[in-house]
Design a binder for this molecule. Sequence first.
Ligand code: AMP
Length: 223
Amino acid sequence: MRIILFGPPGSGKGTQGNLLEKKYGFPKISMGDLLRSEVQDGTPLGKEAEAKMNRGELVSDDIVVKMIKNRIFKPECQKGYIMDGFPRDISQAQRLEEIDPASEEMAIEIYLSDQAALNRLGARRVCPDCDAIYNLINKPPKKDETCDVCEEKLMLRDDDKPGVIKDRLKIYHEQTEVLIEYYSRKKVYFRIDGEETVESVFQHISSLLDKELARSQEAEVTK
Ligand code: AMP
């Protein structure tokens, strides 16, 4: 089962992906994290991606598709995987189907208004070492702007600065939101209200996923 999480920046895809990975054992593949780690390591690919990421623009399909191909065929992804931040437009959705046509899929939109996204991202802090995600308003670290796990000083991502957030939201509305119609047509689309608490969003996604997994198992048995 391929579980695609999409929604505007700040909707909680990363947080929910981590929780789902823990509960179901399907690895979470975060395109943003994969790209940030290339940037941090200063690889040629990271250098190519960095300027676009800092402006909140999408990195070229050739780069991201290559990274996805390297990841989804690892043995741990055989039973299923969770996609956070990929696909981000219809062409990426089609490429994904070409690469891995056999996998069943669910596409879950975590809906959030632009205003809520702006409020959340301005307060988001990340640990540069372990990638833990905090929010100064609703999930603050125990000690002032320091990671609870590794005690690193937390950072505001460059692309979480207010001007860039607006550009990212614009790109989301122009390029990613069309996935709602795309996956609705395929009858694999689900929508969750991302303004609810993390626990409540997680419960909703889990119950959807439980149903889909049960349905898929039944279909296997009756084959
Ligand atoms: P995220 O952490 O998902 O908000 O992604 C951070 C940035 O990485 C985005 O603003 C893009 O610049 C880049 N990025 C992430 N996923 C993709 C993708 N599927 N296609 C192109 N660029 C991406």
